[in-house]
Design a protein. Structure first.
Length: 326
């Protein structure tokens, strides 16, 4: 039987009956319920050897890079239990999935599909606020048109987008991000992703200790001018955040992080620079070269992404779906 990885707290819940005290996402609950059921059916206590649910129609092929996998066979309707199980397991293992070879879904179809994986960002307070503030002006790099946000190359080109997680400047975590390549011409820049779980796991213990209970102060980069938008913080998050569903810890500091609360500014600047230098050395990187129709979904708590600047005249248009919240 195939072996599957289950977080330690989930394994414990099956044997000591404390699952009612855990706050699980629908996708993690699907795994837990299936494993409990099969443990009873097979009379087995070592759940790491249990089989997955019946075969799904999707196929998952690792990219061969540091992380990521290509997924075929997705249908844009409410996914069955087997599909939810396979996609969930693949996300935990590969962190980023590329849905390829399917028709472009409508907004309603994406809502129906991703609702099985947790609360939709668009149906939360933070998410509805965030996705109602983009400009409808198509001359800008980000604009909102007909229920979708688009990231486009403009007549003036695109500025560099530095390493970050989506919604880091909002109080609520966005656990799953979604991008679709609508237009991607010759010379359009790819999107790079890096694994901050590994960066955290490779951080020496002596560097973790002083920052263990510290929080970052984050400001909305679209309102960066503090003389016009004076404020202490737009959001605060732990330096070492835990994924709200899996519990896996990550280094949740990016190039937009303003400061670390409770530290003098010079000490904070030095600590952030040291953490970012560590991430640059240790975080595995995957560069996604978009094909038209690709839909990338990724663990937005553990992965950061960036792209290079781009000159004008190169077609590049990505459609942004709001994604899944904690």
């Amino acid at each position: 039987m195939p072996r599957i990885w289950i977080p330690r707290r989930h394994r414990a819940s099956l044997t000591i009956g404390v699952s009612d005290n855990l706050k699980l996402s629908p996708l993690d609950q699907t795994i837990l319920d299936r494993l409990r059921s099969e443990a009873q059916d097979h009379g087995m206590s070592n759940i790491a050897t249990l089989a997955a649910p019946r075969a799904s129609t999707v196929t998952i092929e690792p990219t061969g890079e540091a992380f990521g996998a290509i997924v075929h066979g997705i249908e844009w309707d409410e996914p069955d239990e087997a599909t939810v199980f396979e996609i969930t397991r693949a996300l935990r293992r590969h962190l980023l999935l590329v849905f390829r070879g399917q028709e472009s879904p409508s907004h309603d179809q994406l809502d129906t599909f991703f609702r099985r994986f947790g609360r939709l960002m668009s149906e939360t307070y933070d998410g509805s606020f965030h996705y109602s503030t983009f400009s409808a002006d198509e001359a800008e790099q980000i604009h909102r048109t007909d229920h979708f946000n688009y990231v486009v190359n403009t007549d003036d080109g695109q500025t560099e987008l530095v390493w970050h997680c989506d919604h880091f400047q909002r109080p609520q975590y966005k656990v799953l991000s979604v991008l679709e390549a609508i237009e991607f011409g010759q010379g359009a820049v790819p999107t790079m992703f890096r694994d901050m779980y590994t960066a955290y796991e490779m951080l020496p213990l002596e560097k973790r200790g002083p920052l263990e209970h510290k929080q970052t102060v984050n400001l909305d980069p679209r309102k960066r001018d503090l003389t016009k938008w004076p404020r202490l913080a737009d959001s605060m998050h732990p330096v070492f955040a835990s994924h709200p569903h899996s519990g896996r810890r990550t280094l949740y500091v990016n190039e937009f992080t303003h400061r670390i609360a409770g530290m003098p500014m010079e000490e904070s600047d030095a600590a952030i620079a040291d953490l970012l230098a560590h991430a640059e050395r240790t975080a595995p990187v995957y560069t996604h070269k978009w094909q038209v129709g690709d839909i990338c979904i990724w663990d937005n708590v553990g992965l950061q992404h960036r792209r290079d600047a781009m000159e004008s005249g190169v077609p590049r248009r990505l459609r942004v779906y709001e994604g899944v919240a904690e």
